[in-house]
Design a protein around this ligand. Sequence first.
Ligand SMILES: [Zn+2]
Ligand SMILES: [Zn+2]
Length: 284
Amino acid sequence: MGLQIHLVYDLQGWCCVSIITFVWLYNTLYVPKLILFPHYEEQHIPAAVIVLYYMVSLCCITSLVRASFADPGQLPQDPDIPYSAESGASWAEVKLECRAGQEERQLWEICNKCNKMRPKRSHHCSRCGHCVRKMDHHCPWINNCVGEDNHWLFLQLCFYTELLSFLTLLFNFCQYYYLEPLTKVKEELFVFRHELAMLRISTLMGIVMFGGMFGLFYGQLSNVIADMTTIERMSSNLDEMLKSSKPWQQTFSEVFGTRWKILWFIPFRQRQQLRVSYHHANHV
Ligand SMILES: [Zn+2]
Ligand SMILES: [Zn+2]
């Protein structure tokens, strides 16, 4: 599978992504430097704690980069490009099928903004200027739409941001209230002379990120379980929201493109759309 970069030219979005990247960079640099490495050198904590922090941090930035630059599910411009709908038919064939049969017609609709045929549950993003399959919402913090093809990366980003913020807050707390005081700190270094201020900034970032992501992550999870997008949830009543008949394992499999549950949490893989029935034999 080739590397495809999807760029949205939006200055506000780039500013938002820069802020998130700065928060990530600040904590990834200074929490280990000010807390983890000095305490490891004085044998207050095991090396595994440092490895854990860097692994969560790596997963966090990987899912951010991938969610930002992945194609969220833009509809093809070229009519000859095979469209990956359930039928596996080409774009032209799909249009013919739409004309031919009432049943097929019900699966497709015309976008009244770009005047193209699109599968139902697609939505036209005015910020990106095109339709996105199973669009969830446009997120300025990743400067991209969240749609069928990158929703799984967005969920991973929410999860790892929540986890990294939690670890940051935990280590900041332990630095002052739990761990033994450091005795071999190089006081002449700038970061150690301003340690209190730097860790207060880190704590503030941790509180904002943890609090902000908490509601978002919970909302995203309940949407996936209910097999609904954020746009659909906002335009539906409660009865419609609760009508999903699919088991939560199936809705998660469809979003993450795997039935191997451990792989749901790994952002270093390619997502494969699941086409076969949920009850067929497992594969990645
Ligand atoms: Zn459209
Ligand atoms: Zn968009």
